[in-house]
Write a protein that binds this ligand. Structure first.
Ligand SMILES: NC(=O)C1=CN([C@@H]2O[C@H](COP(=O)(O)OP(=O)(O)OC[C@H]3O[C@@H](n4cnc5c(N)ncnc54)[C@H](O)[C@@H]3O)[C@@H](O)[C@H]2O)C=CC1
Ligand SMILES: N[C@@H](CC=O)C(=O)O
Ligand code: NA
Length: 442
């Protein structure tokens, strides 16, 4: 039997994901060698503190605080430290040294991806990042490879496990936001700084990556409209539930007409992350806990849906190992390195140009003619009402009655909706606008 070649693998970071990657590399060494055609030898693990306690028992001699030296001597580098620096410098150094790099660092890719891709191209090596979007779910490779002969028109999904976990806990058990977040952190779903999760930045970075691959055009973080879940209240969740909806943080990238925007005419891509109402029977409404799911609409393939564990050490390690084996196989067998293209030039649309349905909650005086006046304002702004429901509230011991109105619109532009809400607020019969939320799937 011929001796297999050995490829040295440097691992940077040994947290939730890194520790599981190290464990699998050691435990499954023979299987990985058989699949790769080379032995993947874990040559070292760079950490901040070699004596820190870890969930997984690993050979102590592998640990080092000298990431620079480790990278210099590697064929393949796995970056799972997170953050911008020193991850960025270490990845660039690895690529310049001719090593293939696997990373799950969506924050870095969304901020400075082009610099890294160009360096990988220059060096003729691979930079792979399946773990960066929707954890274990194979989503980037299907978009980049399987759908490369089609035209994607829309990508919509739940791509952040932490926020889906929090919203699901609040919806199903009435848990408090802070308790649900603490549990998501304990389970290894959240980022080192969970602000990135709850403010939507993590999902926005993933949306930029999904949009870039789907529309063959580079979209950066500043092209993504981003709203997190910190403003979603228990009352919003209860009202949504009562109206037959569930609230999910969705990342959406879709082709829309660019008419009336600064880009003028033609088509553009609206890339956005925001809390969204979905009918409870919608397939994305059934995505619970830290699971993720991504819907894709393509001209020829039609609708596709990808579902699985979007966060957590072991599931994410699966995506990292997949990229590692694939990169190592190419080192063994040869073959093309970069496969994605960014030859398209579709402009990013401002949020005003986004087109979706809306849910508007209004507290109004219960007087004759109120509904007609509100409906007239919507019509004047070109926003068509799909559902309008009224519930009367009578304060105990008081003769005053108010009504709660719940309106769901047909698809309209963000600009038209904003103007409608402003006009509605000006009516003397409106006590307050209790919520304005975007709706998909109606
Ligand atoms: N946890 C998850 O579910 C997922 C995480 N990711 C990404 O994977 C990466 C790692 O995530 P986690 O393992 O959850 O993070 P973590 O915070 O649990 O682990 C990061 C590790 O890197 C080490 N580290 C940080 N800076 C370092 C430095 N300057 N020198 C040496 N070591 C350093 C830390 O000590 C820690 O051991 C991040 O980019 C994250 O966004 C991607 C998908 C899912
Ligand atoms: N913090 C992220 C981890 C995976 O990308 C999440 O919660 O989804
Ligand atoms: Na993935």
């Amino acid at each position: 039997m011929t001796e297999l070649r050995t490829l040295k693998v440097a691992l940077l970071g040994c947290g939730n994901v890194g520790a599981q990657v190290a464990r699998i590399l050691i435990e499954d060494a023979d299987t990985l060698a058989a699949r790769t055609g080379a032995r993947l030898q874990l040559s070292g693990i760079a950490v901040r503190n070699v004596n820190a306690p870890r969930d997984v028992e690993l050979p102590p001699e592998l640990f080092t605080t000298d990431a620079e030296t480790l990278v210099k001597d590697a064929d393949l580098v796995i970056e799972l430290m997170g953050g911008i620096e020193p991850a960025r410098t270490l990845i660039l150094s690895a690529l310049q040294n001719g090593a293939c790099v696997v990373t799950g660092n969506k924050a870095l890719l969304a901020q400075d991806g082009p610099t890294l891709y160009e360096e990988a191209d220059k060096a003729g090596v691979q930079l792979s990042y399946e773990a960066a979007v929707a954890g274990a779910i194979p989503i980037l490779r299907p978009i980049r490879d399987s759908l490369s002969g089609d035209r994607i028109t829309k990508v919509m999904g739940i791509v952040n496990g932490t926020t889906n976990f929090i919203l699901d806990q609040m919806d199903s058990t009435g848990a408090q936001f802070a308790d649900a977040l603490a549990e998501a952190q304990r389970l290894g779903y959240a980022e080192a700084d969970p602000t990135a999760d709850i403010e939507g930045h993590d999902a926005a970075a993933k949306a930029a990556i999904l949009a870039t691959l789907s529309f063959h055009t580079r979209f950066a973080l500043e092209n993504v409209h981003c709203e997190g879940i910190t403003s979603v209240t228990a009352a919003d969740i209860a009202a949504a539930k009562d109206a037959g909806f569930v609230i999910k943080l969705l990342a959406i990238a879709e082709k829309l007409p660019a008419a009336g925007t600064e880009t003028g005419g033609g088509e553009g891509v609206s890339v956005r992350v925001h809390p969204t109402l979905l009918p409870r029977e919608h397939p994305l409404a059934a995505v619970r806990g830290a699971f993720n799911a991504v819907f894709i609409e393509a001209e020829n393939a039609g609708e596709l849906m990808f579902y699985g564990q979007g966060a957590g050490g072991t599931p994410t390690a699966s995506a990292v190992l997949g990229d590692l084996v694939s990169a190592a196989r190419r080192l063994v067998l040869g073959g093309p390195q970069r496969t994605e293209t960014t030859t398209g030039h579709v402009p990013a649309l401002p949020i005003d140009a986004a087109i979706t349905s809306y849910y508007i909650g209004l507290d109004v005086a219960d007087q004759p003619g109120v509904l007609a006046r509100i409906a007239k304002l919507f019509a004047e702004h070109g926003v068509s009402i799909e559902i309008m429901r009224q519930t009367i509230h009578k304060e105990a011991g008081s003769s005053t009655e108010s009504a709660e109105l719940r309106i769901v619109t047909h698809r309209a532009s963000e600009a038209a909706l904003a103007a409608t809400v402003e006009a509605v607020k000006g009516l003397d019969v409106i006590n307050s606008v209790t919520s304005v939320l975007r709706v998909e799937g109606v």
